[in-house]
Write a protein of this length. Structure first.
Length: 176
């Protein structure tokens, strides 16, 4: 890979228009598609502080800035076997609700469903942050037979049908 020049990569990226499907075509052969691997969903932003006329640019919260900034939001679905630090993007969506009317959670559910049914991803584990820990997403992940790892915002109320409310559970070593 040392013989690939910066100009070659730049030219390639300028000549290609990558869709989520196009990204999948590039990495499908590279992933270890097995139940022990996992998927991650996270969003990122591309800062566009001075852009006034690019359609997907919107004012949104940026965690790195701890406030609202003008940027383009991207929801990413990444695959990893975890053992070799192999993180491959397998899908992404531009977060532009003013253009398509979709929320980040809409993109989450579309990408996860597509990964399981269309891409035939065998992974049984999915990781995501609290932004995506909505009731709808948790139910979807459960219905798809996936095991999720996430954090919950402090204002979330969780009811475990047999044991009561989450904050009332005696968290023993065995339960953890």
């Amino acid at each position: 890979m040392d013989d690939v020049s910066y100009d070659f990569i730049t030219g390639y990226l300028r000549s290609e228009h990558f869709t989520g499907h196009g990204v999948w075509e590039l990495v499908a052969e590279l992933i270890q598609n097995n139940p022990e691997s996992f998927m991650l969903v996270d969003d990122s932003v591309k800062d566009k502080y001075y852009s006034q006329f690019i359609e997907p640019v919107k004012l949104q919260y940026n965690g790195a800035e701890h406030g609202l900034v003008r940027d383009i939001g991207i929801v990413n679905l990444v695959h990893s076997a975890g053992d070799k630090k192999d993180f491959y993007p397998i899908d992404y969506r531009i977060y532009a609700p003013n253009l398509d009317g979709k929320t980040k959670n809409d993109h989450f559910s579309e990408m996860v469903i597509d990964a399981v049914y269309d891409k035939k991803i065998k992974e049984k584990h999915i990781l995501f942050d609290s932004w995506y820990a909505s009731v709808g997403n948790l139910k979807l992940v459960y219905r798809l037979g996936l095991i999720f790892f996430t954090t919950l915002k402090i204002n979330r109320v969780v009811n475990l049908s047999k044991e009561g409310w989450l904050d009332q559970i005696d968290w023993t070593t065995e339960r953890l």
